[in-house]
Design a protein around this ligand. Structure first.
Ligand code: DC
Length: 225
């Protein structure tokens, strides 16, 4: 595979992966791959083009045509998602888009179509890769693999607070149900299910602040540099 150092960070939605990856990429000056955004974009494109969520080959076709880039945000801000030079960050991160992504992600054709694109993000000086199968499928040779998790209740609560802070009206019970449904789909699908790689370091962030998780991972990064 590649000689460029890669840190993989996998785990369920709301575990803090996104924040951790941004903090790592910024601190190290490395590239960032938000692989979930790719599945989200395919989900949005399918919806926009009226492609059936059951049509593996039509979805795969959409996936191979993606022209996407992530521009790191300022401190404390998420990376911008750019598709064909258009900033689609807000649509991509919408709650409803996560469910679309999880539905297209069960298709082998889509996952295959996104493989090379994801691997192309591994460029010097290094890559931080955020997803569900970064350590198990996409970057199996990565020298540092993290699996970040947290209880479903804690993840729903974090998401609830984030959405409230953005001024969105949300229902905590509905969020928890969505998270549980998504976990179920992501962990039990036939292709590339969400699970820790055998050589991953598992961190449970239920009762740990993200800053402490970041410091813990940085200490591990020293060992691979
Ligand atoms: O990390 P996220 O919430 O943006 O991911 C959205 C969905 O995309 C997630 O529910 C499952 C899918 N996904 C995937 O199957 N593999 C990845 N590497 C990343 C995301």
């Amino acid at each position: 595979m590649t000689q460029t150092p890669v840190i993989t960070v996998d785990g369920p939605s709301g575990s803090g992966k996104g924040s951790l990856c941004q903090m790592l990429a910024r601190e190290l000056g490395w590239h960032l791959l938000d692989s979930g955004a790719l599945y989200r974009i395919v989900g949005l494109a399918a919806q926009k083009n009226g492609v059936s969520f059951d049509d593996d080959s039509a979805l795969a076709q959409l996936a191979v045509q993606l022209n996407v880039e992530f521009r790191p945000g300022k401190a404390g801000e998420p990376a911008a998602v750019i598709l064909d030079d258009e900033d689609i960050s807000d649509q991509v991160r919408a709650e409803t888009t996560g469910a679309l992504a999880s539905k297209v992600a069960i298709h082998n054709g889509v996952r295959e179509a996104l493989k090379e694109l994801q691997r192309s993000f591994a460029k010097a000086p290094g890559l931080v890769a955020d997803g569900r199968d970064m350590g198990t499928v996409i970057f199996t040779e990565a020298p540092l693999k993290i699996y970040l998790t947290a209880s479903a209740a804690e993840r729903a609560d974090r998401r609830y607070k984030q959405l409230l802070a953005k001024g969105e009206s949300v229902n905590l019970a509905a969020l928890l149900e969505d998270i549980q449904l998504r976990d179920e789909r992501d962990m039990n699908r036939a292709v590339a299910p969400l699970k820790p790689a055998d050589d991953a370091i598992i961190i449970d962030s239920t009762a740990i602040a993200i800053e402490d998780v970041f410091q813990q991972v940085l200490a591990e990064v020293v060992a691979i540099r």
